[in-house]
Design a protein around this ligand. Structure first.
Ligand code: 9MR
Length: 458
C-alpha cells in the first residue's frame, strides 16, 4: 500500500507545557513551568495516528464498495492506504491470456489519489486465483506467461504503487519450511527470484514484497521464508519487504515482534498486510499487541486490515475487523488507536536523526539518496528526514551530471532541468513529524546524482 509515501496528515508534534505546583494550594509560579519533550497530540483517526511515526494504516477494499456510503465514509476518514482485496489479482487483471482488464484497479488507484492515500498492490503471482488459462499452463509457457503478466500489470501501475506483493503464499504449511507445490513451483525453484527481478524492471519505484500467512511468530514456515530472504539479499535479488498477513485467531504468538525484527534485521521492511482477528475476549488485546509490535520495529512501515467493517470481511462469521456491521467503532478500534497514539515525541522506532543523517541544514530537513544504476540509466530513492521539529513541506535540490535526464518521478513533483532538479513534496507526504521521514524517487537516463542533495523545509 502507498509506494514509499508517508502520509503526513497527522497533527504536528507540539511541545507540551506542564504546569507544576511546588506544594498543594500554592500559587503556580512561572519558574515551575517545564517544557517537556514533544509529545504527539492524540490523533483521532487510524491513518493520522500512524502517520505520527511515519507509518501508514490501510484497509483492503473493492471498487464496487465505493458506492456504499457507510463503508466509504469510514474508509476515507480512517485510512491512508488501500489495497485491492481482489481486483489486482491475476484472474481479475488478465482474464484472457494477454487480454488485460485494469478497470477495478484503476478505480482503486484513482480513489486513493483523490483521497491522499497510498496503494499496496496485491498480488502479482500466486498459486490461487489464477485465470483458467494460466492454471492449464506449465513449464516454459507458464514461466513466460508469468513474466509477461508481471511486466504488464506492474508496468500499467508503474509509479502508483507503494509496495507490491510480488509473490504470495509460496511456502507450504505443515512444518517442513519448504516451498508449496504449485504449477509455478514446478516451473523451477527460481520462479520467485525471476518474479522479483521482472517486477523491479517493470516498476523500479515500488517496494517489492514477499507476502504469506501462518508466519506470525518464529516457526518452520517463517524460518523457510527468512532463509529465502537472507539468500536473496546475499545474491542481490531485488526484495524490499516481507508482508505478514496476520489472519489471527484468539491467541498471538509471544515472539510475534521478535519474528518481525529478525526479518527487519536482514535489511528489508516488514509490513502487517492482511490483519484480522477472530472476535473473542482477546480481540482488542491482540490488535493492540500487533500494533505495538509494529511500532516497536523501526522497519515495520505500516499495517493493513483486511476489510473495513465485520460485514465486509471474508471471515464475517468471526467479526474480525475494527468496525461492526453498522459502522461503529469496536473496542479493538480504540485499542489500536490508543497504541498508535502512544508513540510520543520524535519517532522512537527510527534512530535519531543525528545518527541517520547529517544535522539539519537551515530548513529543518535532510535528504539522502540511494542509487540503483546500470549502464545508461538509474533509479534514485531519496529519503527526506525532518529535523528536530515538525515540517509542513519540503523541497529537495539534486545536482545531476551533464547528460543526465530525469524520465520519471514518484511521490514528488519535479521541476527544473539540466544540471539541477528540484523535487517538492506532493499533497500527502509534505508534513513530517520531528525526526519523521518519507521517501520519493526518480529514474533517469545517464548517470545518477553523486553528491548529497540539499533539503529545504517549509
Ligand atoms: O479476501 C479475499 C476473498 O474475497 C477472496 O474470495 C479470496 C480468494 O482466494 O481471497 C481473499 O483474500 C486472500 C488474500 O488475497 C491472500 N491472503 C489470504 C486472503 C484471505 O483468503
Amino acid at each position: 500500500m502507498n509506494r514509499r509515501s508517508t502520509d503526513g496528515r497527522g497533527p504536528a508534534i507540539r511541545p507540551r507545557v506542564l504546569l507544576l505546583s511546588l506544594a498543594a494550594g500554592t500559587a503556580l509560579l512561572a519558574s515551575t513551568m517545564l517544557v517537556v519533550p514533544a509529545a504527539n497530540a492524540a490523533a483521532s483517526t487510524l491513518g493520522a495516528a500512524a502517520a505520527q511515526s511515519g507509518r501508514y494504516f490501510g484497509a483492503a477494499t473493492s471498487s464496487f464498495m465505493f458506492s456504499n456510503s457507510q463503508h466509504t465514509t469510514i474508509l476515507n476518514r480512517e485510512f491512508n492506504s488501500i489495497v485491492a482485496e481482489n481486483e489486482m489479482k491475476w484472474d481479475a487483471t488478465e482474464p484472457q491470456q494477454n487480454g488485460f482488464n485494469f478497470t477495478g484497479g484503476d478505480r482503486l488507484v484513482a480513489h486513493a489519489r483523490a483521497n491522499g492515500m497510498s496503494v499496496r498492490g496485491h498480488a502479482l503471482v500466486w498459486h490461487a486465483q489464477q485465470p483458467g488459462w494460466a492454471q492449464n499452463l506449465s513449464g516454459t509457457a507458464l514461466r513466460n506467461a508469468m513474466t509477461n503478466h508481471i511486466t504488464r500489470v506492474a508496468g500499467h501501475f508503474r509509479g502508483q504503487i507503494h509496495s507490491w506483493d510480488v509473490v504470495n503464499e509460496a511456502f507450504a504449511d505443515g512444518g517442513g519450511g519448504g516451498r508449496r507445490d504449485s504449477n509455478l513451483q514446478r516451473t523451477g525453484n527460481d520462479w520467485i527470484e525471476v518474479a522479483f527481478r521482472t517486477a523491479r524492471a517493470a516498476d523500479p519505484g515500488a517496494k517489492l514484497c514477499y507476502n504469506d500467512y501462518n508466519t506470525d511468530g518464529i516457526n518452520a514456515k517463517s524460518t523457510g521464508i527468512y532463509n529465502m530472504v537472507r539468500d536473496f539479499k546475499a545474491r542481490g535479488v531485488p526484495i524490499d519487504c516481507v508482508g505478514f498477513q496476520s489472519h489471527l485467531g484468539t491467541t498471538l504468538a509471544g515472539d510475534y515482534q521478535a519474528n518481525l525484527q529478525r526479518f527487519a534485521d536482514l535489511g528489508v521492511d516488514v509490513q502487517i498486510t492482511e490483519l484480522d482477528v477472530a472476535q473473542g475476549s482477546n480481540q482488542a488485546s491482540i490488535y493492540e499487541r500487533v500494533t505495538r509490535a509494529c511500532l516497536a520495529v523501526a522497519r515495520c512501515t505500516g499495517i493493513t486490515v483486511w476489510g473495513v467493517r465485520d460485514s465486509d470481511s471474508w471471515r464475517r462469521n468471526e467479526n474480525p475487523l475494527l468496525f461492526d456491521a453498522n459502522g461503529n467503532k469496536k473496542a479493538a478500534y480504540q485499542s489500536v488507536l490508543n497504541a498508535l497514539n502512544s508513540v510520543s515525541g520524535p519517532n522512537p522506532t527510527t534512530p535519531p536523526p543525528t545518527t541517520t543523517a547529517p544535522p539539519p541544514t537551515g530548513g529543518g530537513c535532510t535528504a539522502s539518496v540511494s542509487l540503483n544504476s546500470w549502464n545508461g540509466g538509474f533509479v534514485a530513492t531519496v529519503k527526506v528526514t525532518a529535523g528536530n521539529s515538525a515540517i509542513r513541506g519540503w523541497t529537495v535540490r539534486v545536482a545531476l551530471p551533464g547528460g543526465t535526464a530525469v524520465t520519471g518521478t514518484w511521490n514528488a513533483q519535479a521541476s527544473g532541468s539540466g544540471g539541477t532538479v528540484n523535487f517538492a513534496n506532493v499533497s500527502y507526504n509534505g508534513q513530517l513529524g520531528a525526526g519523521g521521514n518519507t521517501e520519493f524517487g526518480f529514474q533517469g537516463t545517464g548517470t545518477g546524482p553523486s553528491g548529497t542533495p540539499t533539503c529545504t523545509a517549509s
